[in-house]
Each structure stands twice: as structure tokens, then as C-alpha cells.
Write a protein that binds this ligand. Structure first.
Ligand code: HEC
Ligand code: HEC
Ligand code: HEC
Ligand code: HEC
Ligand code: HEC
Ligand code: HEC
Ligand code: HEC
Ligand code: HEC
Ligand code: HEC
Ligand code: HEC
Length: 316
């Protein structure tokens, strides 16, 4: 696990810097359950007169029977859900274990009655999403309209609060391995001779995709896919005095495949001249050029094929 238990005091120190008068709560978070309850009843959100509040037993009580799960959560950022005064603005009550599993008093009184606690086993993507989005809704507001959610892929298809294999974002596996688990085609693409070096770790799936968002093809940015490409390929951005029209109107994928290709330069066609002639037509080409070999390699002369400030036919 990435954040060892002994790193906690440091995290808590950081938290207390950020959240001022936190120290009383911090020490109480480590006290036995009975005292902790007494403390939480003194906060307005969990007033003793509220019937909801009495249903929460606190993480320390859960620990008495679920020590393994307790230790798992203790080592991650979700430990912070025990810190009542961090909940400001989320609209969700924060109760450690019970933030996700719901109030546990009936479960405990029933000696661990599994029908009295929310378990993620067999839960639908909707049920899981509702739990997680109670707190993460503001950072992932469009998840419910995303391709993944629509296809019943849930938060915990990719994340695991208890048993994450990756320190980054509590992922169940590193990307691209995580994604290849469901996207075989993408794996094949990135194994082609010419490819963005995703398998090699140079570029990541999530550089181009936002799996939480609602844009078509899980695109990262709404304004045409090109904006994503231009983030890294800045020299293709322009503005140019002379634009090669399809770069502007159709975008990068008019001529390139984004993942991987059998063709050099990730081109959609196996040679540059086939690509050019597909749009320009052989006859147009022949009116200006003859069929001698010197004209075969179009980009030998039309060098600045993405746009130029000096030549309307992209010679430089
Ligand atoms: C951020 C939400 C969240 C928090 C907080 C949380 N859990 Fe879980 N719990 C889950 C999810 C999701 C699963 C399903 C397994 C997984 O994906 O890690 C789960 C599974 C479990 C299970 C079933 C066994 C298993 O591993 O599948 C137990 C028992 C459990 N949690 C107890 C606890 C206890 C005790 C705490 C507090 C120390 C706690 N949980 C805190 C989300 C949470
Ligand atoms: C008195 C002991 C006890 C306490 C306290 C307790 N549990 Fe349990 N819990 C159990 C038992 C026993 C089971 C059933 C275990 C099994 O089937 O593997 C269980 C099952 C669960 C499951 C379902 C696991 C599954 O396999 O589906 C979850 C989730 C869970 N507990 C969460 C909690 C949380 C959260 C708390 C604190 C609010 C808590 N428990 C407190 C004894 C306890
Ligand atoms: C298809 C896989 C997948 C699904 C489904 C998914 N996530 Fe993620 N999530 C990721 C990946 C990959 C990252 C890390 C890269 C990134 O930030 O996009 C991440 C990052 C995050 C982060 C940390 C960074 C950030 O963007 O805030 C949070 C929090 C998060 N996810 C919560 C959720 C929640 C809540 C759900 C369900 C409503 C969910 N995720 C569904 C794959 C997924
Ligand atoms: C009670 C509020 C709450 C609930 C419910 C909750 N989380 Fe979180 N989550 C947090 C907090 C607080 C953090 C720590 C980081 C932060 O402050 O944003 C966090 C962190 C994360 C991160 C790591 C973010 C990173 O930057 O690495 C992921 C992933 C995540 N949560 C996923 C989930 C999933 C999946 C669920 C549902 C099973 C869930 N959360 C339920 C409050 C919550
Ligand atoms: C360099 C940017 C980039 C990277 C890196 C990238 N993608 Fe894509 N991906 C795209 C673009 C752009 C499209 C849309 C293609 C189109 O519309 O023709 C796409 C489309 C897809 C599709 C839809 C099906 C298809 O092939 O059109 C899936 C699924 C997908 N990507 C998964 C992945 C996975 C999984 C990874 C990591 C292993 C990944 N992508 C990495 C840019 C990228
Ligand atoms: C649990 C399985 C699962 C995992 C893991 C997963 N996906 Fe998906 N993904 C799907 C399903 C199902 C769909 C919707 C059906 C489809 O188009 O394949 C989808 C759709 C997509 C699409 C849109 C495809 C389109 O044609 O519009 C992209 C892009 C994508 N996923 C990227 C990713 C990336 C990147 C990751 C890793 C961070 C990932 N997925 C992880 C199952 C998964
Ligand atoms: C995260 C940064 C990043 C993003 C985003 C990105 N690329 Fe790349 N791209 C690279 C890197 C790095 C290389 C160099 C390839 C190498 O050396 O493996 C490259 C190489 C290329 C090449 C040339 C391959 C060759 O053989 O010379 C093309 C074409 C290309 N990218 C097109 C695109 C397109 C189209 C998009 C948008 C869908 C895109 N790139 C998005 C980083 C990126
Ligand atoms: C009209 C077709 C076309 C479009 C549209 C296009 N390219 Fe290209 N691109 C090419 C050709 C042809 C080559 C190979 C040039 C050569 O022969 O060296 C190339 C090469 C590249 C290379 C590698 C060599 C270099 O010049 O750096 C990158 C990177 C690249 N393109 C990125 C992009 C990006 C990013 C976009 C979208 C903004 C884009 N391309 C749009 C035709 C196109
Ligand atoms: C996706 C279609 C497409 C592809 C592929 C394409 N072009 Fe173009 N090109 C155009 C369009 C549209 C124009 C705008 C001029 C027009 O109306 O014909 C243009 C303009 C030009 C011009 C400027 C002269 C003029 O007619 O205005 C040159 C030179 C040119 N292209 C060369 C090439 C070369 C060389 C290639 C191959 C590397 C290529 N094009 C690939 C669509 C394409
Ligand atoms: C040896 C250099 C050379 C090569 C190689 C070459 N061209 Fe040209 N191209 C020219 C010259 C010279 C012109 C005329 C420029 C002018 O009008 O100023 C031209 C003009 C064009 C035009 C503009 C026509 C118009 O309507 O104004 C297009 C389109 C074009 N070439 C496409 C291609 C394609 C496609 C290829 C590859 C199959 C190619 N060229 C290979 C030198 C070359």
C-alpha cells in the first residue's frame, strides 16, 4: 500500500495546517468508539436528537470485527472521511466506514447481519455511483452521462477503496493494463509497429481520454480532438498564414490514426502519395505534375503539410 500507516501523522499534520482548529477532532478520531460517539453527538450535523445520528456507530466499532478492512482504509486518503470537519460543502455526512457502507448500528446489533449494511458485492453501477458521487459529484459531475456509466461500468470496476493496486487514484491496476482488461482492440492498436508509446509509459490513455466525462469517445476536451493532440504537438498549432484546409476542418484524424498503425507517421494510408491523392484526385495532380518518380514523394516538396507562413503550396 502506498501510504504506510506511519505516514499518517504527517498527513494529519498537513490536514491540521489546512483546517485550522482540527486538533481536538484528530485526537478523538483515535479514541475508542464510545468516546467518539459522545464527541460526534456534540456536533450540529449529528445532533443526539436526530434519529439518523444514532444509527452511526463509528469506525472504531467496525474495527472490532473488521480489522483488515479498517487497516486498508487507514492507509488511504479515505481515512479523512473520519474527520467530521472536512465535510464542509459536500452535503454528505462523513462517518468513516459508514460514509460508504451506510449507518451500521442495526448491522452491529444483529451481530454482523449482512442484510442490514450496504455491501458493494452485487451492487449495480447506479447504486455504487450514488454512494461515491455523494462526495465526488462536484469533481465528476458528468459521470452519469459518460459512455462507461451508460455501459454499466461502475466506479469500482476501475477503483478499489480497500485493495487498490496503484497509488495513483486508488486504481485496481495501472493504466494501460486496467483499460486493456476491457479494451482488446486498443491493445492490438498499441502493439502495431508505429504507435504512441503508451505501453512504454511515455504517453497515457488518460492524456487523451477522460473516462469520467460525457464527451463522445470519452474525449478529454470538447473542442475537437485536435486540441488534445496540440497540447503535445504544439508546433502544429499555428496560426498559419496558409492553412492546409483539412487540418482545420477535419482535424488530425483525417490523416492520422491516434493509437497505432502499420503505416509510418501513424498515417491512415500506407504511403504519403496514396493519402494525398485520395483527396486531391489523380487528374488534378497530373495537370501540374508529371508521372515521373520525382513527384511520388509529395512531402519532399510540400514539406510544411500542416500549414505554412511562407508558401501557399507548403514548400516551406
Ligand atoms: C470510500 C468508500 C468506502 C469506505 C470509506 C469503506 N469502504 Fe468498505 N468497501 C467499499 C467498497 C467499494 C467495497 C468493495 C470492495 C472494493 O472495491 O474494495 C468494500 C468492501 C468492504 C467489505 C467486504 C469485504 C470485501 O473486502 O469485499 C467490508 C467488510 C468492508 N468494506 C468494511 C469496511 C470498513 C470496516 C470500513 C472502515 C474502516 C470501510 N469498509 C470503509 C467502500 C468503502
Ligand atoms: C460484532 C461484529 C461486527 C461489527 C462491529 C461490524 N460487523 Fe460487519 N460484519 C460482521 C460479520 C460477522 C459479517 C459477515 C461476514 C461474512 O459473511 O464474511 C459482516 C459483514 C459485513 C459486510 C458485508 C461483507 C460481505 O461479504 O458482503 C460489510 C460491508 C460490513 N460488515 C461492514 C461493516 C461496517 C461498515 C461496520 C461498522 C459500521 C461493521 N461491519 C461492523 C460483523 C461485524
Ligand atoms: C473506466 C475506469 C474508471 C471509472 C469507471 C471511474 N474512474 Fe475514476 N479514475 C480512473 C482513472 C484512470 C483515473 C486517473 C486518471 C485521471 O485522472 O483521469 C481516475 C481518477 C479518479 C479520481 C482522482 C482524480 C480526479 O479526477 O479527481 C477520483 C476521485 C475518481 N477517479 C473517482 C471516481 C468515481 C467517484 C467514479 C464513479 C462515479 C469513477 N472514478 C469512475 C478510472 C475510472
Ligand atoms: C464521505 C465522502 C466520500 C465518499 C462517500 C467517497 N469518497 Fe473518495 N475521497 C474522499 C476524500 C475526502 C478523498 C481524499 C482526497 C480529496 O480530498 O479529494 C477521496 C479520495 C478518493 C480517490 C483518490 C483521489 C486521488 O487524488 O488519488 C478516489 C479514486 C476515490 N476517492 C474514489 C471513491 C470511490 C470509488 C468511492 C465510492 C466507492 C468514494 N471515493 C467515496 C471522500 C469520499
Ligand atoms: C494520443 C491520444 C490517444 C491515446 C494516448 C489513447 N487514445 Fe483512445 N482514442 C483517441 C482518439 C482521438 C479516438 C477517437 C478516434 C476516432 O474518432 O476515430 C480514440 C478512440 C478510442 C476508443 C473508441 C474506439 C475506437 O478505436 O475508435 C477506445 C475504446 C479508446 N480510444 C481506448 C483507449 C485506451 C484503452 C487507451 C490506452 C491504452 C487509449 N485509447 C489511448 C486518442 C487516444
Ligand atoms: C470494466 C471494463 C472497462 C474498463 C476497465 C475500461 N473500460 Fe472503457 N469502456 C467499457 C465499455 C463497456 C464501454 C462502452 C462500450 C464500448 O464502446 O466499448 C467503454 C467505452 C470506452 C470509450 C468510448 C468508446 C466509444 O466508442 O465511444 C473509451 C474511449 C474508453 N472506454 C476508454 C477507456 C480507458 C482509457 C480505460 C482505462 C482508464 C477504460 N476505458 C477502462 C469498459 C471498460
Ligand atoms: C501526451 C502527449 C501527446 C498527445 C496528447 C499526442 N501525442 Fe502524438 N506523439 C507524442 C510523442 C511523445 C510522440 C513521439 C513518438 C515516439 O517517439 O514514440 C508522438 C508522435 C506522433 C506522431 C508521429 C509518429 C512518427 O512516426 O513520427 C503523430 C503523427 C502523432 N503523434 C499524432 C498525434 C495525434 C493525431 C494526436 C491526437 C489524437 C496526438 N498525437 C496526441 C505525444 C503526444
Ligand atoms: C492532410 C493530412 C494531414 C493532417 C490533417 C494532419 N497531418 Fe500530420 N502528417 C501528415 C503527413 C503526410 C505526415 C508525414 C510527413 C512526412 O512525410 O514526413 C505527417 C506527420 C506528422 C507528424 C510527424 C512528423 C512531424 O512533422 O512532426 C506529427 C507529429 C503530426 N503529423 C501531427 C499532426 C497533428 C497533431 C495533426 C492535427 C493538428 C495532424 N498531424 C494533421 C498529414 C497530415
Ligand atoms: C482529407 C483530404 C486531404 C488530404 C488527405 C490532403 N489534402 Fe491537400 N488539400 C485539401 C483541401 C480541401 C485543400 C484546399 C484547397 C482546395 O480547395 O482544393 C487542400 C490544399 C492543398 C494544397 C494547396 C493548394 C491548393 O490547391 O489550394 C496543397 C499543395 C496540398 N493540399 C497538398 C497536399 C498534399 C501534398 C497532401 C498529402 C500529404 C495532401 N494535400 C493531403 C484536402 C486534402
Ligand atoms: C518535386 C516537387 C514536387 C513533388 C514531389 C510534388 N509536388 Fe505538388 N507541386 C509542385 C509544384 C512546383 C507545384 C506548383 C506550385 C505553384 O503553383 O506555385 C505543385 C502544386 C501542387 C498542388 C496545388 C495545385 C493547385 O491547384 O494549385 C497540389 C494539390 C499538389 N501539388 C499535390 C501534390 C501531391 C499530391 C504530390 C504527391 C503525389 C505532389 N504534389 C508532389 C511540386 C511538387
Amino acid at each position: 500500500m502506498w501510504m504506510k500507516a506511519r505516514a499518517l501523522p504527517f498527513v494529519m499534520f498537513l490536514s491540521s495546517c489546512l483546517f485550522g482548529a482540527l486538533s481536538p477532532v484528530l485526537s478523538q478520531a483515535q479514541q475508542p468508539a464510545a468516546e467518539k460517539n459522545a464527541q460526534s453527538q456534540s456536533t450540529p450535523a449529528a445532533n443526539a436528537s436526530s434519529p439518523e445520528a444514532s444509527k452511526y456507530v463509528g469506525s472504531e466499532t467496525c474495527k472490532t470485527c473488521h480489522e483488515d478492512q479498517y487497516k486498508q482504509i487507514e492507509a488511504t486518503q479515505h481515512w479523512n472521511t473520519n474527520l467530521a470537519n472536512l465535510k464542509k460543502g459536500t452535503g454528505q455526512e462523513w462517518h468513516g466506514c459508514e460514509s460508504c457502507h451506510g449507518p451500521g448500528s442495526a448491522h452491529v446489533e444483529g451481530g454482523g447481519d449482512v442484510s442490514k449494511i450496504f455491501t458493494f458485492k452485487g451492487a449495480t453501477a447506479q447504486q455504487v455511483g450514488a454512494r461515491c458521487l455523494a462526495c465526488h459529484g462536484s469533481t465528476h459531475p458528468n459521470f452519469q452521462r459518460s459512455v462507461h456509466y451508460q455501459a454499466e461500468v461502475s466506479c469500482i470496476s476501475c477503483h478499489s477503496p480497500h485493495q487498490a493496486k496503484e497509488q495513483v487514484a486508488l486504481l485496481k491496476a495501472k493504466t494501460p493494463t486496467l483499460c486493456y482488461g476491457c479494451h482488446n482492440d486498443a491493445m492490438a492498436d498499441f502493439n502495431r509497429p508505429f504507435h504512441h508509446r503508451v505501453n512504454e509509459g511515455l504517453v497515457q490513455c488518460q492524456d487523451c481520454h477522460n473516462v469520467h466525462d460525457s464527451l463522445p469517445k470519452a474525449a478529454k476536451i470538447s473542442t475537437a480532438q485536435d486540441q488534445i493532440c496540440l497540447k503535445c504537438h504544439t508546433e502544429k498549432r499555428g496560426p498559419f498564414v496558409f492553412n492546409h484546409l483539412p487540418v482545420k476542418t477535419e482535424g488530425c484524424t483525417a490523416c492520422h490514426v491516434p493509437h497505432g498503425s502499420n503505416n509510418p507517421r501513424l498515417l491512415t494510408r500506407n504511403s504519403v502519395n496514396n493519402l494525398c491523392i485520395e483527396c486531391h484526385g489523380l487528374s488534378t495532380f497530373l495537370t501540374l505534375h508529371n508521372q515521373s518518380n520525382k513527384y511520388q514523394a509529395c512531402t519532399m516538396c510540400h514539406v510544411a503539410i500542416h500549414g505554412s507562413n511562407a508558401s501557399g503550396v507548403f514548400f516551406k
